[in-house]
Design a protein around this ligand. Structure first.
Ligand SMILES: Nc1ncnc2c1ncn2[C@@H]1O[C@H](COP(=O)(O)OP(=O)(O)O)[C@@H](O)[C@H]1O
Ligand SMILES: [Mg+2]
Length: 267
C-alpha cells in the first residue's frame, strides 16, 4: 500500500472505532516523522478535540477554514511532545448546512471545497480524516481520497456494513479500500464463539489493513485526552497499519506479544 497522502476513515455504523483508529493512525504517522493533519469531519458526534484534550482551545473548525480562516491559524497542536500532529476540529452541528444555505450550494460541495483548501494550503505530508456514521460526509468527501480505511468491529453484521460502506464509497470516487477490524477481543473468540481474524477476512471481499485489539484501559486514556501508552496493543496495531499504508510489509501481530502467543486462537 505505497505512498498515500490522504486517508479517509469511514464506516456506516457508529461506535465501531473510527475516531480511535483515525487518531491512532495519525499519531503513528507523526511518530514516523510525517507532518500530519488530523481533520474531524464528524459534525454530529465530534470527538477528536475531546480525545486529544483540546476541547477548550478549539476556536476554529473546518467550517471556518471554508469561510476563509487561514488553516495555519485554525489548526491545534494537541501535544507539545508530538508537534508533527495537528488537529482541525469538526464543525459544530448544523454549521455546514447553514454555510450551504448562505452560499446557495450543496453541503457536499462545501465539504469538497474545504478539503481542496486544505490541500492547497499544503501544511501537511499526510491528512487523516475522521467521518461520522451513516456515510453522508464520507460519501461527499470520497472523491478526494486515494485511500479509505473502512472500520468494522468483530461482529458479522459490522463486517457486512463495512462491505456496504466500501462499495458505496467506491461509487463516490474513493480509491483503495482496506478493512480495519477494531476492538478485536480474543477472549470472545473462545468464550462466545465469535469470529477469529481469518474468519472475518475470509467472509469479507475487502483486503485487511490490520486488526486493533480491544484494550480495556483505552477509555480511561481517551477520557483524559491522552494517547494510549506505547505498551498498549492499540498503539502497536495503529503503528503496524500506518507502516503498511506507507508500503512496508509488517506481520499481522507485530508488537503484540499476547496476541502472537495465542495466534492459533486469534486466527
Ligand atoms: N481497541 C479498542 N479497545 C477498547 N475500546 C475501544 C477500542 N476501540 C474503540 N473503543 C471504544 O469504543 C467506543 C467507540 O469508539 P470510537 O472510536 O468513538 O468509534 P466511532 O468513531 O466509530 O463512533 C469508545 O468508547 C472507545 O473507547
Ligand atoms: Mg467517531
Amino acid at each position: 500500500m505505497p505512498g498515500y497522502e490522504r486517508l479517509l476513515v469511514a464506516s456506516s455504523k457508529g461506535g465501531v472505532g473510527k475516531s480511535t483508529a483515525a487518531l491512532g493512525l495519525a499519531a503513528e504517522f507523526a511518530r514516523l516523522g510525517k507532518r500530519v493533519l488530523l481533520c474531524d469531519l464528524d459534525d454530529t458526534s465530534r470527538s477528536l478535540d475531546l480525545l486529544t484534550g483540546c476541547q477548550n482551545e478549539a476556536l476554529f473548525t473546518f467550517a471556518d477554514v471554508l469561510s476563509g480562516t487561514d488553516p495555519e491559524r485554525a489548526v491545534l497542536t494537541p501535544w507539545k511532545d508530538l508537534p508533527e500532529l495537528r488537529l482541525l476540529p469538526a464543525p459544530s452541528p448544523g454549521a455546514m448546512r447553514r454555510a450551504a444555505l448562505e452560499r446557495e450550494t450543496g453541503a457536499d460541495a462545501l465539504i469538497r471545497e474545504g478539503l481542496d483548501r486544505l490541500t492547497a494550503w499544503g501544511g501537511f505530508d499526510m491528512m487523516v480524516c475522521d467521518t461520522g456514521a451513516g456515510l453522508d460526509t464520507a460519501s461527499a468527501a470520497a472523491s478526494r481520497f486515494p485511500f479509505v480505511l473502512v472500520v468494522s468491529s468483530q461482529s458479522q453484521t459490522s463486517v457486512r456494513a463495512a462491505e456496504y460502506a466500501a462499495s458505496r464509497l467506491e461509487r463516490c470516487g474513493a480509491g483503495t479500500m482496506r478493512l480495519c477490524v477494531c476492538s478485536f477481543d480474543l477472549s470472545a473468540v473462545k468464550r462466545e464463539n465469535r469470529a477469529g481474524v481469518i474468519e472475518i477476512i475470509d467472509s469479507s471481499s475487502l483486503q485487511c489493513a490490520g486488526v486493533i485489539p480491544r484494550d480495556p484501559r483505552l477509555q480511561r486514556y481517551q477520557d483524559r485526552g491522552e494517547l494510549p501508552p506505547r505498551t498498549s496493543p492499540v498503539t502497536a496495531a495503529c503503528r503496524n497499519i500506518a507502516r503498511r499504508i506507507m508500503g512496508y510489509d509488517v506481520p499481522l501481530f507485530e508488537g503484540m506479544p499476547s496476541l502472537y502467543r495465542r495466534r492459533r486462537l486469534a486466527l
